[in-house]
Ligand binder design. Structure first.
Ligand SMILES: [Mn+2]
Length: 305
């Protein structure tokens, strides 16, 4: 990746989450110097500031969805902002915000790929499969549903945001780090044929092998999107998230994951979501996220041929 042009887009909301605080994520990432640190690696960075959407009314679910109208509004804003950056030839980094925003972001990337004749590969780094529906969800929190919505399973006003239903095919996704899936969701993930490298797979086969498979068959015409839910990481190193699940990737495993993605040279867009500064310790999770993003943009310990 030669000196990419990066645009930071803040989406300060926790509208799809079960805990408040992810709305402070964009500012915590800025305080952790995401912009200057990327610039130190030769990246051209423009910070577009924050999108401005509806407040969080903190209401119970209606028909199995919490805050659906507000989630739709935020995702429309994200969709347009991400699509506009891609159309300018820039690499958008969405600073979330909770993971419901992956719907707006990835539907925009899929639309851009349709318009430019590119193939799309989505790497979903997460403790959770985020493949719930309003019937399967125990909570109604829409941050557990974006992958299902992208694959066409969800409320019309959400799944139609990208202009084509489904926005993406399950075959385009690779999920990595998964270790918490609700019972009904488990069956649905299996039915849909999602390719999942869960923690058991990573324990048995190693991060290297998982990433080799997840990145296999990329070619020069592939747009690679990374949707990085910070709860992907083990909570020992990343406590600042709303839904911690023990047994995640270690610091070294996460670095290797990011470095192998960087080595492909195909990264075209990124979401950084679910960082919750209200639960963090002195911004250490934000700093860790920025450290990993540095690796995603090519930081390495030594020169490698
Ligand atoms: Mn997630």
């Amino acid at each position: 990746m030669q000196h990419p042009l990066v645009s930071l887009i803040g989406a300060p909301t926790d509208i799809g989450a079960g805990a408040r605080g992810a709305s402070m994520g964009p500012e915590a990432l800025r305080v952790a110097n995401i912009g200057p640190i990327l610039e130190s690696h030769g990246v051209d960075v423009v910070d577009r500031g924050n999108l401005s959407g509806p407040a969080n009314p903190w209401q119970p679910p209606v028909n199995g969805y919490r805050h659906l109208p507000e989630v739709v509004a935020w995702n429309r804003l994200v969709h347009e902002a991400v699509h506009a950056e891609l159309a300018l030839g820039r690499l958008p980094i969405l600073l979330g915000g909770d993971h419901c925003l992956g719907l707006g972001s990835i539907s925009a990337v899929a639309r851009h790929c349709r318009e430019t004749g590119k193939k799309l590969r989505v790497l979903w780094l997460d403790a959770h499969a985020d493949f719930n529906t309003n019937e399967l969800t125990p909570s109604g929190n829409i941050h557990g549903m974006p992958v299902a919505c992208l694959c066409g399973h969800g409320p019309r006003e959400l799944i139609e945001i990208g202009g084509q239903v489904p926005a993406i095919h399950p075959r385009w996704i690779r999920q990595i780090g998964i270790r918490s899936v609700d019972p009904g969701e488990k069956r649905f993930v299996h039915q849909a044929g999602l390719e999942v490298f869960d923690m058991r797979y990573i324990d048995e086969m190693g991060m290297r092998h998982a990433m080799e498979l997840a990145l296999a068959t990329l070619d020069a015409n592939t747009h690679l999107h990374v949707s990085f839910d910070v709860d992907f990481l083990d909570p020992d190193i990343a406590p600042g998230v709303g839904t911690t699940v023990p047994g995640g990737p270690t610091y070294r495993e996460a670095q290797l994951c990011m470095e192998m993605i960087a080595d492909t040279g195909r990264l075209g867009s990124l979401d950084v979501v679910e960082l919750n500064p209200a639960l963090d310790l002195r911004n250490k999770t934000a700093e860790l996220a920025v450290d990993l993003i540095e690796s995603l943009f090519g930081k390495s310990t030594l020169m490698r041929a």
